[in-house]
Design a protein. Structure first.
Length: 686
């Protein structure tokens, strides 16, 4: 049709004298001077069989354009072409789509755009490959063995061909290298859709960089690897030269530790003329490798070569030289071996003397330790024996008693506090137990434990005490067991916390506050304990003297008085035994003496220490001892220091879980079918 100017065009026809007009045609024109521009792009240049090939050709020009495609499947009429025009930007986008690509579709794809007005043509090409499946290959630019100079910067490159994308990992001696380190770096650069360049760089080569390097390439289900052995050249150096078993009668050894790469070699030589050895090689003789008196051994320990020479016997003083060499350096060091042959008697005498001194010092230390060590004996044993007088005795070994695991208390719910008291090998600390029971979520307790210096015998004794406490059961007037920690750590015995401490310190602290009883109060309190205040002998039996300022109060019997035994309290006012669930609170009393007993157990210290308190302490100790006796347990060390005072002035006996080997204790004598303590029994039994 030719070239049209911009404007509106109508076709006019005359038929049989009549004029006919066509519809209007608008022709747009663009200003000249815009050059033709063509861009060809492929969505992907590498594909697998069955995927879709998409190629776009963008043409930009001022006049009428025409496109022409060339590609491998055009003859078979494969592919569809779409056109989209953008008049505003004077662009036309041609898109070629080939679904279900095959290997035959691989090749060159070209798009030619013709500017009809200017008779100009531009062609763009793009290579596209269709692969039948995944593949990976490595083309290294290094050999299997490589070397590097010390402090040299070296690069090792490898070309990788992979589809789909490759993942490259460098490994040294079986350990993966990080992407970037201070000494070694790795990089991966993609040169095409199926080609990569991987580079391993040594920043400054060191001896530690020597080793086996492996480059591993993976893509999907396929993997390949290539390896190289790198040797960094390090000058030979002697790390250490040692003389072992110097002066021994069985021989001496010289150990030479060397380091260096490559081809490290060592040799040994000796010199008998010590004064003329020096650097004069004429006096140095190579060590005889075929001698029965010399044994050689060499092996690698990491990067070091460890060489050892054993001399069976030295007749005279000898100098030994260790020589290490490689292509970069040669170094040597010497050591002198002193012969022990001329003075064997002196060596034996010195050894015997040293051994004798060590034995004497050890005996002295053992005796001192034995004398200073506290005698904490395991005092319960299983014994079935016959005494000299013909009686049979049976004792219980606490280690044979079972330990109920229900007493176990979690360590993470026990918080230890200040130390309440300590001995030679044990201590008692204040603690807080969380969740010991439903009624008491938090409870202050006392925790008994051993010091770190305690030995196995003390640990066994503490475990025996724990088993005895679980065996005896609870009572108001003994220190009751609340729990124990025996697993995963030191042994802890958790007991009741007694606020006022032991009875000795309590009496000593309150001795100045001791009050004489008024007649009215005296009568009321004496009635509680069944004592007749009208009886002169019972009223004046005990007199406490405070004239002495010592640690203990003197107790003496008044003149012209007769001993009157203290009557038992009636059943209504006795302390009842407690159960495990309510150790901490004394049971309420019934009957007419309820108020009186409540006053006796009061924590009110404004009245000071009264005679009633002393009688109450005595009575409670008796009740506690009665309970221990009912359990066939003998305390054997009952004293005010082993009696604790808790809130409410409740007396609790402690350290009852220990016993003594009375058959071998000089403080006990055989009477009938049992042993009696000489220091604690009444004189009428002697």
């Amino acid at each position: 049709l030719g070239v049209f100017l911009a404007g509106t065009y109508v076709c006019k026809a005359l038929i049989n004298g009549h004029e006919y007009y066509s519809e209007e045609y608008i022709v747009h024109g663009w200003p000249g001077g815009t050059a033709l521009h063509v861009e060809l792009k492929a969505k992907r240049t590498a594909l697998l069989v069955g995927e879709t090939i998409t190629v776009t050709c963008l043409a930009r020009g001022p006049e009428i354009l025409e496109d022409n495609w060339k590609y491998p499947g055009k003859a078979a009429n494969r592919g569809t072409k779409t056109v989209r025009e953008n008049k505003k930007d004077q662009e036309i986008l041609y898109t070629l789509t080939i679904p279900q690509a095959s290997v035959k579709d691989s090749g060159s794809y070209s798009c030619s755009i013709v500017d009809i007005a200017n008779n100009e043509i531009q062609t763009k090409e793009q290579e596209i490959q269709v692969f039948a499946g995944e593949f990976v290959s490595i083309d290294p630019e290094f050999g299997e063995h490589e070397s590097a100079e010390l402090d040299e910067v070296r690069e090792f490159r490898a070309n990788v061909h992979s589809f789909p994308n490759a993942r490259v990992t460098w490994i040294k001696d079986g350990i993966p290298l990080s992407d970037v380190t201070a000494e070694i770096s790795t990089s991966l650069r993609q040169t095409s859709e199926t080609s990569y360049m991987s580079v391993l760089t040594l920043i400054r080569a060191k001896g530690e960089d020597s080793g086996n390097y492996t480059m591993r390439v993976e893509n999907g289900n396929q993997s390949r690897h290539v390896s190289l052995i790198l040797e960094v050249k390090v000058p030979a150096v002697i790390v250490d030269l040692m003389d072992i078993h110097h002066g021994s009668a069985i021989g001496q050894s010289v150990v030479c530790i060397t380091r260096g790469r490559p081809h490290l070699r060592w040799s040994g030589s000796s010199c008998k003329s010590i004064k003329h050895c020096g650097n004069n090689s004429s006096f140095w003789v190579p060590l005889a490798t075929n001698s029965t008196n010399i044994v050689f051994d060499s092996h690698f320990e990491g990067n070091n070569l460890e060489s050892q020479v054993v001399f069976g016997h030295l007749e005279s003083t000898l100098a030994v030289r260790c020589l290490a060499r490689n292509e970069m350096a040669t170094v040597s060091r010497e050591v002198k071996l002193v012969s022990s042959g001329p003075h064997p008697e002196l060596t034996v005498a010195a050894a015997v003397l040293v051994l004798l001194v060590i034995v004497i010092i050890s005996l002295i230390v053992l005796v001192v330790i034995w004398k200073q060590k506290p005698r904490y004996e395991i005092r319960w044993r299983v014994i079935e024996s016959v005494s000299p007088d013909g009686h049979e005795y049976i004792y219980v070994d606490p280690m044979q008693l079972p330990y109920d695991s229900r007493w176990e208390f979690p360590r993470d719910r026990l918080v230890l506090g200040r130390v309440l008291g300590s001995g030679a090998f044990g201590k008692v600390v204040e603690g807080t137990a969380y969740g010991p029971s439903r009624s008491q979520p938090v409870m202050k307790v006392a925790v008994k434990m051993l010091k770190p210096t305690a030995r196995s015998s003390e640990k066994q004794a503490l475990m025996s005490e724990l088993k005895i406490m679980t065996h005896l059961g609870p009572h108001l007037n003994i220190v009751n067991l609340l729990g124990a920690c025996t697993k995963s750590g030191p042994i802890y015995i958790i007991t009741e916390y007694c606020f006022y401490g032991d009875l000795v310190n309590y009496l000593h602290k309150n001795r100045e506050n001791f009050l004489s009883l008024s007649p009215e109060k005296n009568r009321k309190e004496m009635d509680i304990f069944g004592i007749n205040p009208a009886d002169e002998s019972s009223r004046s039996y005990v007199i406490l003297s405070f004239e002495s300022k010592g640690d203990y109060m003197d107790m003496k019997q008044a003149d012209n008085t007769q001993y009157v035994p203290m009557l038992e309290m009636n059943n209504a006012s006795k302390h009842s035994d407690v159960q495990r669930s309510n150790y901490d609170h004394p049971p309420s009393q019934k009957g007419s003496s309820e108020c009186e007993m409540e006053n006796l157990l009061s924590d009110d210290t404004t009245e000071g220490l009264t005679t009633t308190d002393l009688l109450s302490f005595t009575y409670q100790v008796a009740k506690g001892m009665e309970f221990l006796s009912s359990k066939n347990s003998v305390h054997r060390d009952l004293a005010a220091r082993n009696v604790l005072l808790s809130q409410g002035k409740i007396v609790k006996i402690c350290d009852f879980g220990l016993a003594r080997d009375i058959m071998h204790d000089s403080n006990y004598c055989s009477k009938g079918s049992t042993f009696l303590p000489l220091k604690w029994i009444g004189p009428e039994i002697h």
